[in-house]
Design a protein around this ligand. Structure first.
Ligand code: HEM
Length: 220
């Protein structure tokens, strides 16, 4: 799964370098540690998915609507969209939509504000696609394997029921999607107001995930 180093001087490299610390922090949160250890349980994972659905519902239509812009055209593909998979997983867990936690509400408001009057909206939306969708295509694949083992035999019809969030099709399809997104990021400049906005936004997104994970808690 290890990707080659992104092209020097590209947005891909800057995003990776500048969010590396935030990524480590996110990985070390009690919630992520519980998930990766297979200790989270369906109820907690379901609550995470409920909150993520609200984020994806606020993000994906906005990205799609601006999908022709040079900062999004190469990166976004309808095949990346996770909303339907999230809804299907929630249904598989017998869950419906949930009210947003404050951290989620703030995330949703931020996405609306980007779409409203913020400068560099495309670069900022791209940052969220980077944090969420490239994350789902990367570490999310590790989580899927752990969760499939952890949830197997807990009343689901198949081990994979409720795990379509991380399913991007065949391994080839998934790799092609990740490659497409990485290539688009590698073709964008690392300097300038847009690039600065993208990095700021990606860091904000990671921070907001820490707040959300904290609010969701984790088993002792
Ligand atoms: C236990 C939790 C996590 C694990 C084990 C994990 C693991 C990984 C791994 C191994 C990669 C590198 C894959 C590669 O080089 O192809 C990766 C990349 C990435 N992850 Fe995570 N991750 C976790 C949580 C998260 C979270 C919570 C987010 C976002 C909120 C996230 C966002 C990303 C992003 C954006 C990348 C791409 C980095 C880049 O190449 O620039 N990850 N993750």
């Amino acid at each position: 799964m290890a990707a080659s180093e992104p092209a020097a001087g590209s947005l891909a490299q800057r995003l990776r370098t500048q969010t590396a610390g935030a990524h480590r922090e996110a990985e070390r949160t009690p919630l992520m540690q519980a998930l990766i250890a297979g200790r989270a349980g369906r109820a907690l994972y379901g609550r995470l998915l409920q909150q993520l659905l609200l984020v994806y519902e606020a993000l994906e239509p906005r990205v799609a609507a601006r999908g022709q812009h040079p900062w999004l055209a190469g990166a976004w593909s309808p095949a990346l969209a996770r909303r339907q998979a999230l809804r299907a997983d929630l249904t598989a867990f017998g869950l419906g939509p949930a009210a947003p936690l404050p951290a989620t509400a703030a995330y949703v408001e931020r996405l609306a504000a980007i779409d409203g009057a913020s400068p560099q909206p495309h670069a900022r939306l791209l940052a969220h696609v980077y944090v969420r969708h490239l994350g789902d295509l990367s570490g999310g694949q590790i989580l899927q394997r752990v969760l499939a083992r952890a949830f197997a035999g807990h009343g689901s019809a198949t081990p994979a029921a409720g795990l379509s969030f991380y399913d991007f099709g065949s391994a080839e399809q998934r790799d092609a999607l990740a490659q497409r997104l990485r290539t688009a990021l590698a073709a964008l400049p690392a300097e300038g107001a847009e690039a600065d906005a993208a990095v700021d936004e990606a860091l904000w997104a990671f921070e907001q995930h820490l707040r959300l994970f904290d609010a969701l808690g984790a088993p002792a």
